[in-house]
Design a binder for this molecule. Structure first.
Ligand SMILES: C[S@@+](CC[C@H](N)C(=O)[O-])C[C@H]1O[C@@H](n2cnc3c(N)ncnc32)[C@H](O)[C@@H]1O
Length: 289
């Protein structure tokens, strides 16, 4: 999906000239698959991280009967379906046609109540001010080309007493720092050749922003009164951790992952994922939009 970034862009779009369109349109890669984001193989640490991130994000939305919840950048819709299953009235907003088509396919097999599916960019949400009790945006802000505006929009469509919940990968996690250190020692000190392909601590090519705790706090605080800043999981992607958890008995692996998660909750700057939640604030940043 591409869209005009200005009246000129829209006019060029209507003219239908490929050359003019490509000069004037804002194009974001939305037709990729998710293989770069969600690991295809399942290891105990990956399973734990993704399950815990989802569990905590959705819990903070406090979905239930009578609650209106918006899932921004809802992807293939699994979280919107879970929120609807909890009894909330749910809207799933997602700009990608491919993702929306997949969401519709998955949803077709699910019982009612189901979410309403809307094609929309995060930085121009087609909803009234204060329309939702909670807005969630999980694992997606780093894909946005206008994250600041997107958070502003999420705050705008959230009721004064409502809550925006953001879950974002931390590229300054303990695991990323350890990974970089090990690569440095191997390559610079021991003379090993550089590893091929993307390393776990490298930002994927479809990310616009490399987030870490202070940037997340700074961007979110412009639009939200932060009530929760929490870390999820520790050591995901650290050298040898995946293999180590796979070799442990399921009980020991679970214990180790929970212990790491407990530490991450207290020291979010080390965590693999950071969850922030807060009420919208209608201060200067909000009114200057
Ligand atoms: C990694 S997926 C996350 C999907 C889902 N929230 C989840 O947890 O599975 C990122 C999503 O962001 C969407 N996206 C990318 N740029 C966007 C933008 N500017 N506004 C809204 N969504 C966007 C993509 O289409 C994609 O579905």
């Amino acid at each position: 999906m591409a869209r005009g970034s200005s009246p000129l862009g829209i006019a060029f779009g209507f003219l239908g000239s490929g050359l003019l369109e490509s000069a004037a349109m804002r194009v974001v890669d939305l037709d990729r698959d998710m293989s770069d984001v969600i690991p295809t193989g399942t290891t105990p640490d990956s399973e734990y991280l993704f399950a815990r991130m989802t569990e905590r994000t959705l819990a903070l939305a406090e979905a239930g009967p009578g609650r209106r919840v918006l899932d921004v950048a809802s992807g293939v819709g699994q979280d919107a379906l879970a929120l609807a299953a909890d009894g909330a009235w749910v809207v799933a907003a997602e700009p990608s046609k491919r993702m929306t088509d997949m969401a519709l396919l998955f949803a077709a097999e699910k019982p009612d109540p189901r979410p309403r599916w809307v094609r929309s960019w995060a930085d121009g949400l087609p909803f009234a001010d204060g329309a939702f009790d909670a807005v969630v945006c999980k694992g997606a802000i780093d894909h946005f080309d206008r994250p600041d505006e997107a958070i502003g929009e999420m705050a705008r469509v959230t009721a004064d007493t409502g809550r925006v919940v953001l879950a974002i990968a931390n590229f300054e996690s303990l695991a990323c720092r350890m990974g970089r250190l090990v690569s440095h020692v191997r390559e610079e000190w021991l003379g090993h050749p550089s590893a091929r392909g993307r390393r776990g601590y490298d930002v994927p090519s479809d990310h616009f922003t490399r987030y870490e705790l202070s940037l997340m706090r700074e961007q979110a605080s412009k639009h939200l009164i932060l009530e929760v800043v929490e870390g999820i999981s520790l050591a995901w992607g650290a050298p040898g951790w995946s293999r180590a958890t796979a070799r442990m008995s399921p009980t020991v692996a679970r214990w180790a992952l929970e212990a790491c998660d407990g530490l991450a909750a207290r020291v979010p700057t080390w965590a693999d994922v950071i969850v922030l939640a807060g009420r919208p604030h209608r201060g200067a940043a909000a009114t200057s939009r």
